[in-house]
Design a binder for this molecule. Structure first.
Ligand code: FPP
Length: 238
């Protein structure tokens, strides 16, 4: 692994709709091209030595999109889960989902659980945020925290309480993202990983997600490599 390579990259895969519109195609064909882009970036991550990739595939707000788009996206997700197992196993990638999975159809939940189980022993991870919202995750963690504290009591030390709270999040064993990439020129975090992005470096690009290339990826890594990460502390001075 090269120097200063992020261990964990999070991506807001934005611009699929605009990519399709520019080609006079339906929005869903943009999402299909976005799925191909996701498969490509998985390869770039493997080449660069990035261990975790978390992608925002469907937010808690995305349920408000047209029935046609929602059902098309669900079909794409199901096709990915069913059709990409070979590719994930070949590349030794663990597949995981974060989000309110009970919002998904029972069939999709079963397909996801099966793939998660069959890839559970791999070290590299693809984490797909599905029916995911950062606020929803914090609320779900608060509910879990209340149960734990109800049984075992509140830790006296505030840092201990913070660690206990963080252990109630969806994927507590995964380190926080080092780098967030958002495509398509939008500069917001849109309710993605609100807790986990506290000290993350952000990289925004105008490229639409389906066009995201190795050059875009290398640019993001290059810009990350030059950041000074203070993590809220003071830098050591000589
Ligand atoms: C945002 O673009 C993208 C989404 C809401 C969906 C992302 C989904 C995929 C890339 C494919 C499915 C993922 C997997 C894991 C198989 P937008 O539709 O908001 O684009 P716009 O802003 O240009 O309209």
């Amino acid at each position: 692994m090269g120097a200063n390579v992020p261990q964990h990259i999070a991506v807001i895969m934005d611009g699929n709709g605009r990519w399709a519109k520019a080609r006079g195609k339906a929005r869903l064909s943009g999402h299909r091209a976005g799925t191909d882009a996701l498969e490509r970036i998985l390869g770039y991550c493997s080449d660069a030595g990035v261990k975790y990739l978390t992608v925002y595939a469907f937010s808690t707000e995305n349920w408000k999109r047209s029935k046609e788009e929602v059902s098309g996206l669900m079909k794409l997700l199901s096709a990915f889960v069913k059709g990409k197992e070979k590719m994930l196993v070949k590349n030794k990638v663990r597949f995981r989902v974060i989000g309110r999975r009970s919002d998904l159809s029972e069939k999709l939940q079963r397909e996801i659980a099966g793939l998660e189980e069959r890839t559970a022993n791999f070290e590299r991870q693809l984490i797909v945020a599905l029916s995911y919202g950062g606020r929803a995750e914090i609320v779900d963690a608060a509910v879990k925290f209340a149960h734990v504290v109800g049984k075992g009591g509140l830790p006296a030390d505030v840092h201990e309480a913070e660690r206990l709270f963080a252990s109630c999040l969806y994927a507590p064993d995964v380190p926080d993202p080092d780098l967030l990439i958002r495509t398509s020129g939008e500069c917001r975090i849109s309710n993605f990983l609100l807790w986990e992005l506290a000290y993350t470096e952000f990289h925004f690009t105008d490229t639409l997600w389906p066009d995201f290339s190795r050059e875009d990826f290398d640019r993001a890594l290059e810009s990350y490599a030059h950041r000074e990460r203070r993590m809220g502390g003071r830098l050591e001075t000589k």
